[in-house]
Write a protein of this length. Structure first.
Length: 277
């Protein structure tokens, strides 16, 4: 069995099919890990969502910020559709309820000790061990299933910006969401800066990529993540960045996780401006 982690698809269904053909994927033999943001900004979000859902046990998907945005909009909450969103086709589909219910039950973090990797859409703050991260993710997943209206009503915002286990209620869940689906840069104390989106070469001062923080508690874990198109494919500090900007005209990336990391990519024509969330 081969296991492949795949970067942000964002509705680029044709490119996903081309990538799976390149790796000779077979659902009876292989497994796919999707790092989140299956939908939005690309032209075929509905086809992508249907395709991945139909893979059933051959695919594992973690939620990204665009996936949560879709779920919030479908609930009539959050910030509503944006000018560049390409989610209308899903929201008007006859099978929308089944698709959204399936998406709502995807995890925030996936960890397989046999494969030897963990997967998250954005990242982990330096204070979290993997065990703490998994517990935090379960809290959010429980809220997403049991009380989605309350979660989405309070989900948006940049505060609190630092982890404290004493956090409770909406503040705690918002911080978990922001770490798992939005973070890129933190300072040495683990304070999030959610406004910075550029490549590390463009950022100075106290801010650094979350995976480069000295003393990060997940430093011994091998982690795959997405969300950071301006970073592109990168592998350092035991972390592999898989968002190579397909929707912006870059590549769609698959990383073969076992028996050893191997990169496979297909080129993408691009459907939107580079560097947007």
């Amino acid at each position: 069995m081969a296991v492949y982690a795949i970067g942000d698809v964002q509705g680029c269904h044709g490119e996903l099919v081309a990538l799976l053909e390149r790796i000779a994927f077979h659902p009876a033999r292989d497994r796919l890990w999707f790092v989140g943001d299956l939908v939005n900004r690309g032209p075929e979000s509905l086809a992508t969502l249907r395709f991945v859902r139909e893979l059933d046990d051959a695919a594992v998907v973690v939620l990204g910020n665009h996936d949560l945005h879709l779920l919030a909009v479908a609930q009539g909450l959050g910030r509503g559709l944006r000018r560049k969103d390409t989610l209308d086709e899903i929201l008007q589909a006859p099978d929308r309820d089944a698709l959204l219910e399936w998406l709502r039950r995807r995890p925030l973090i996936h960890h397989d000790p046999d494969v030897g990797f963990a997967m998250v859409h954005a990242g982990f703050p330096p204070q979290w061990t993997l065990a703490v991260a998994l517990r935090a993710a379960r809290e959010l997943e429980d809220a997403l299933v049991r009380r989605p209206e309350a979660l989405f009503a309070d989900m948006y915002g940049d505060q609190p910006d630092r982890w404290d286990d004493a956090l409770r209620g909406a503040d705690r869940l918002r911080f978990i969401v922001n770490c798992c689906t939005r973070m890129r840069y933190v300072d040495r104390d683990g304070r999030l800066n959610l406004r910075l989106k550029g490549a590390p070469s463009t950022v100075s001062g106290p801010w650094m990529p979350w995976f480069d923080v000295p003393g990060r508690q997940t430093a011994a874990e091998r982690i795959v993540f997405g969300h950071w198109s301006t970073l592109g494919f990168a592998a350092r500090s035991n972390a592999w960045s898989l968002d190579s900007g397909c929707v912006w005209g870059g590549q769609l990336t698959a990383l073969k996780l076992a028996p050893r990391p191997e990169v496979i990519q297909v080129d993408c024509p691009g459907y939107s401006a580079v560097g947007a969330d």
